[in-house]
Design a protein around this ligand. Structure first.
Ligand SMILES: [Zn+2]
Ligand SMILES: [Zn+2]
Length: 350
């Protein structure tokens, strides 16, 4: 079968591999219909994910159809349409039981798919702990609508969930890339008084204004003043930092009012400075990533009810054979790209 493979630092290639087989009784083989490209895939290609194993198939955002199930799998059966979770988790350890699945203590837990084991930019993928890692897609939800449930939408949902947002709040979201938009969609479910999105890229600002006209937008250089003027207590009540740029961590806490919650959704390439003497007295509450992606059933229900729609994020579609060009487009942010749907097989459109 065709797979997109991490050959060595700087090099991904389309290669042929044998179709995966069940290795454990809790495994499922999924026939991938749609996959997507994530910025974490680019981090692997740049060699900045030390745990990534050379030779593995990349891709950790995908949907597909259950092909074959291990003997201990009970939640899905062959033929089920499913989303695949980016995280592999056992469901039984201390952290899993508390919903902190990102810190599952199983030796195979954490971000495994498309990093330490073969992922989903391929025709088939083996999913370990499949009862935890797969969720059935409701009949009225298309593959394209469900594509981001396991990774980028899970991140946005988790970020909004932990940020203690109330209906009186002014919420600032920094960054309007795919993670920022998914965060925005989930923050909107909490009905805060105001939402301000800060972004430097003009295409992305246009995207926000077009799809979410009730949301206020601002550029980073004007952000601090704008937030002060457009909030009730001298700053945002809640800040979600989804940009991960060198300047945006500082911007996040500077735009927060005293006693605000600042949630760091982004993954930084470098250390950030927490200037405690300077922020003394501001009494901020910081919450940091990564995502505990265990609310996929809930997000699928919200998509099915029309309360979350991530489909506008799919700005481009290609086939698996065309994936190398898609990576270039995605990495260079050409042609207004947000997310790319990669067709790996027959796509379900009810
Ligand atoms: Zn990802
Ligand atoms: Zn666990």
């Amino acid at each position: 079968m065709l797979t997109y493979t991490y050959i060595s630092k700087g090099k991904f290639e389309l290669t042929e591999k044998p179709k995966p087989t069940l290795l454990h009784e809790r495994d499922v083989i999924v026939r991938v219909t749609l996959a997507s490209i994530c910025s974490s895939d680019l981090h692997i290609r740049h060699g900045s994910v030390p745990r990534a194993v050379e030779g593995i198939t990349v891709g950790h955002e995908m949907v597909g159809i259950v092909e074959e199930t291990g003997s201990a799998v009970t939640h899905v059966k062959p033929g089920d349409r499913v989303t695949v979770n980016v995280e592999t988790f056992c469901g039984e350890c201390f952290f899993c039981k508390k919903g902190f699945v990102n810190n599952c203590t199983d030796k195979n837990g954490g971000w495994a798919l498309g990093c330490r084991i073969d992922g989903g930019q391929a025709e088939y993928v083996r999913v370990p702990f499949a009862d935890q890692g797969l969720n059935k897609i409701p009949d009225n939800v298309t593959d394209r609508q469900a594509l981001f449930v396991g990774d980028v939408l899970a991140t946005g949902y988790w970020a909004a969930k932990i940020s203690e947002i109330t209906e009186e709040d002014t919420v600032l979201i920094i960054g309007a890339g795919p993670t920022g938009i998914c965060t925005l969609l989930c923050v909107m479910l909490k009905n805060p008084k105001r939402i301000i999105v800060c972004e430097k890229d003009e295409n992305r600002l246009r995207f926000v204004r077009k799809h979410y006209p009730s949301v206020l937008t601002v550029r980073p250089e004007d952000c601090a003043d704008y937030v002060r003027q457009n909030s009730d207590h001298g700053g945002a009540d809640v800040v979600l930092e989804a940009a991960g740029a060198d300047s945006t961590f500082r911007l996040a806490w500077e735009c927060a009012r005293p006693n605000a919650v600042v949630t760091v959704v982004a993954l930084y390439d470098r250390d950030q400075i927490l200037p405690l003497p300077e922020m003394y007295g501001k009494n901020l509450i910081f919450k940091t990533g990564g995502v505990d992606g265990c609310d996929c059933e809930e997000t699928l229900r919200l998509i099915s009810e029309g309360k979350i729609d991530t489909e506008p994020l799919i700005t481009h579609t290609c086939t698996l054979a065309e994936i190398a060009e898609a990576y270039e487009l995605f990495e260079k942010k050409l042609d207004g790209v947000m997310k790319i749907a990669v067709e790996c097989g027959h796509v379900h459109n009810p």
